[in-house]
Design a protein. Structure first.
Length: 224
């Protein structure tokens, strides 16, 4: 019995079941989408299954707010994952080599900068959200089109910043973890790996620049 239990435990690998998890999630999402589509078709509202109708039926404030939320949340998650990965390695390596604890804090600073990028974009986007009146939209339909464009642009900027900073935080955390362990084994390797970490941290700036360019023409409000 002990042998069978040992073989079962050794054969179980959560990674091997990942495809089943993804397949189950895809099946659930497909089922929900099918129910929604059938409900529209059977109730005579099939024309609403249209991307254009969805984009024009939603408020530009919703898209702008979601963009702000994603910019902050995904950036903070990326920074947290990076600090978690780096911090564990610094504490573990610092047990045998206490000298690495202070010097490798620069990796934590690089991870924290990822969250700051997202916060900057969120502040910029929040400052561009302005109210528009229904009377002005009725008199000039171009105002509504411009507000829609602004909402979509802010949403794209927020998603760009959030996803880029999420990946950047994971990248900096992994490299910072390697830098801490390498420094504990050989101090001469720290500067060389630090250069790689600097290039990894620069990825977050790419998303920041693109987001600023996306929102450079985004102007919400009544002014034409």
């Amino acid at each position: 019995f002990t042998t069978m239990q040992t073989n079962y435990a050794s054969s179980y690998n959560p990674a091997s079941y990942a495809k089943y998890y993804y397949a189950t999630l895809l099946a659930i999402l497909s089922f929900i989408a099918t129910i929604i589509i059938l409900s529209y078709v059977l109730t005579g509202r099939g024309e609403r299954i249209d991307i254009g109708w969805f984009l024009t039926a939603t408020s530009p404030y919703m898209w702008a707010s979601i963009g702000v939320g994603f910019a902050v949340s995904l950036s903070v998650v990326g920074a947290a994952l990076g600090i978690y990965t780096t911090g564990v390695s610094i504490m573990g390596g610092g047990v045998k080599a206490p000298r690495i604890k202070t010097k490798n804090l620069i990796s934590v600073i690089f991870c924290e900068a990822v969250a700051i990028y997202g916060l900057i974009i969120a502040i910029v986007l929040s400052g561009q959200i302005e109210a528009f009146s229904q009377e002005a939209v009725e008199n000039n339909p171009a105002i509504m089109a411009r507000n829609w464009f602004s909402g979509y642009a802010m949403f794209g900027a927020g998603i760009t910043t959030g996803v880029v900073n999420l990946v950047c935080g994971i990248c900096v955390g992994q490299v910072g973890s390697g830098a801490a362990l390498s420094d504990a084994a050989n101090p001469a390797l720290f500067v060389k790996i630090l250069i790689i970490e600097i290039f990894g941290s620069a990825i977050g700036l790419f998303g920041l620049i693109i987001s600023v360019l996306l929102t450079s023409r985004a102007k919400m409000g009544d002014k034409a």
